[in-house]
Design a protein around this ligand. Structure first.
Ligand code: AHR
Length: 504
């Protein structure tokens, strides 16, 4: 019989809650008419942000929000987005050549911080390494973080309505500098990163968490060359918190993302599972230069990237795509991969929150809907800051040419405050699986709350017309033996929470 064993004696450590992070960029419909409707809108809003989205996001406890890009960050001048909104300039958006949209700068630093505070998320700002000077970025950091009364920039922030500092600790220095971010070589990127981070750190030595731009997917050569250059600096005044990596499961074939075939289901799942190699191989490459593991690995963009045009805007919002159970299963599989590598991955940001790739929400005018991806993040909340427990899966393998073998069930488990959280994804699109659970070093007796996300047809989507076509079902069971069973529907995601009481 299929089995999953939870090993209470072996843990990789604590699952950093920032693994459950999000990403919002000034691109297509993410910000304007997505998150932001404006204070004067007839759509219910909180200081300009769509209330339905804010309330929903808050309910899943987003630990961190990355902003303002993405590629957009590499031409963004923060000065355009502060001060009276009516007086802010309209600029060409980085994505203008794709969709002819301009940037009205109605959402800037103050609005972003306001959103973070509304949903209790930590801000993570991606700063421009390509088209502004280090001093310009240092000014932004000073504007955000200095106490009013101490410098002119801090006073300007106070005059703009925020007397208390924003206290932004996480600063990405550069985005995709191998591509849109200046087409740099890794050596050049590392040197620029060092130049910027050194200047910024002169504000307050050691308080900031700088993130250096890492590779595109599995480009280990980039990582090695970047790390070599970074290591040569060996200057402790501006320590680096992490190196990023971006990985999208791009589909370079003309399949229909909504009416995918069984082969396309498998292709997507195998591509998503490749995240394991991305993480493990990058960590090994980093270890060659950073054996003490001072640098964390940050997956600050990840997700499915389908052919666009399937979302409700029908292609008008750049990169907007609909999501169904295939995307939900990819989200669940990926989050299990991160949980089980919590000793390596310190933060991850699914791309992107609303009206874009792998989104949790679709919105436009008075419409708003939560996609199946949203429910996965909801079901996985118990893992945030919990102690990871090793899982041993014995449920068969799936094989596909060119991808090797993949376990047919993905699982992760963690414990926090006496509550065990187990999450499963059934990667088989056609057959449900009965799973026997076992525990090493503890007992699984108790009241289990079981949440199941699935659909008779894995192609089903939530739409503005049918908001809850896919939604989870919750039931409880009293587990009276130490080998209880759970059922994973085909193409389904299941989470179980079990109260075990005080733990040693
Ligand atoms: O998420 C969309 C885009 O994908 C981001 O702007 C960029 O960083 C990546 O290439």
């Amino acid at each position: 019989m299929n089995q999953v064993t939870i090993d209470f004696n072996h843990s990789k450590g604590t699952i950093n809650r920032n693994i459950y992070g999000h990403f919002i960029e000034h691109i297509g419909g993410v910000i304007y008419n997505g998150l932001w409707v404006g204070e004067d809108s007839p759509i219910e809003n909180i200081r300009g942000f769509r209330k339905a989205l804010v309330d929903s996001l808050k309910s899943i406890h987003p630990p961190v929000l990355r902003w303002p890009g993405g590629c957009f960050a590499e031409t963004y001048d923060w000065r355009d987005g502060v001060g009276l909104r009516a007086k802010r300039p309209v600029r060409v958006n980085w994505w203008y050549s794709h969709d002819k949209r301009t940037e009205p700068n109605q959402v800037g630093t103050h609005e972003f911080i306001d959103l973070c505070r509304m949903v209790d998320a930590q801000p993570y700002i991606a700063a421009n390494l390509t088209s502004l000077t280090p001093l310009h970025i240092r000014d932004w950091v000073e504007y955000c973080n200095f106490p009013a009364g101490e410098t002119t920039l801090a006073d300007e922030r106070a005059a703009n309505g925020a007397r208390e500092p924003f206290d932004v600790r996480l600063w990405g220095i550069g985005n995709e500098n191998w591509g849109g971010g200046g087409q740099m070589t890794p050596e050049m990127c590392a040197r620029e990163y060092i130049r910027y981070s050194t200047v910024i750190n002169s504000l307050d030595k050691g308080r900031f968490r700088f993130i250096m731009c890492g590779a595109n997917g599995h480009d280990l050569a980039w990582t090695r060359r970047l790390m070599q250059e970074w290591k040569a600096r060996a200057w402790e005044e501006a320590p680096t918190y992490g190196m990023s990596v971006h990985y999208y499961t791009n589909q370079n074939y003309p399949g229909d993302p909504l009416n995918f075939t069984e082969d396309e289901w498998y292709l997507q799942i195998f591509k998503a599972d490749y995240m394991r190699r991305i993480i493990d191989d990058h960590r090994s490459a980093m270890d060659e230069f950073d054996p003490e593991r001072r640098l964390a690995l940050i997956v600050d963009e990840w997700g499915n990237w389908h052919r666009e045009g399937t979302g409700p805007s029908k292609g008008s919002n750049l990169f907007e795509q609909q999501s169904n159970m295939r995307d939900a299963v990819v989200a669940a599989l990926t989050l299990n991969i991160f949980n089980n590598r919590c000793d390596t991955v310190a933060m991850a940001n699914i791309a992107q929150l609303c009206n874009n790739l792998h989104s949790l929400y679709l919105a436009g005018d008075g419409n708003f809907v939560e996609t199946p991806n949203y429910y996965v993040f909801d079901m996985y909340q118990g893992h945030q800051d919990a102690k990871q427990l090793e899982t041993i899966v014995d449920a068969g393998y799936m094989e596909r040419d060119g991808f090797g073998a993949l376990e047919a069930v993905s699982a992760s488990a963690s414990i926090k405050d006496g509550t065990l959280t187990m999450t499963f994804a059934n990667l088989d699109p056609a057959t449900g699986k009965q799973i026997k659970l076992n525990a090493l070093g503890n007992d699984l007796r108790g009241k289990a709350a079981i949440t199941t996300l699935s659909s008779k047809d894995p192609h089903t989507c939530n739409t503005f017309e049918d908001l809850f076509a896919v939604r989870p079902v919750v039931h409880t069971e009293e587990w009276e033996t130490n080998d209880p069973q759970v059922f994973l529907p085909a193409a389904g995601v299941v989470s179980v929470t079990l109260s075990l009481g005080a733990q040693p």
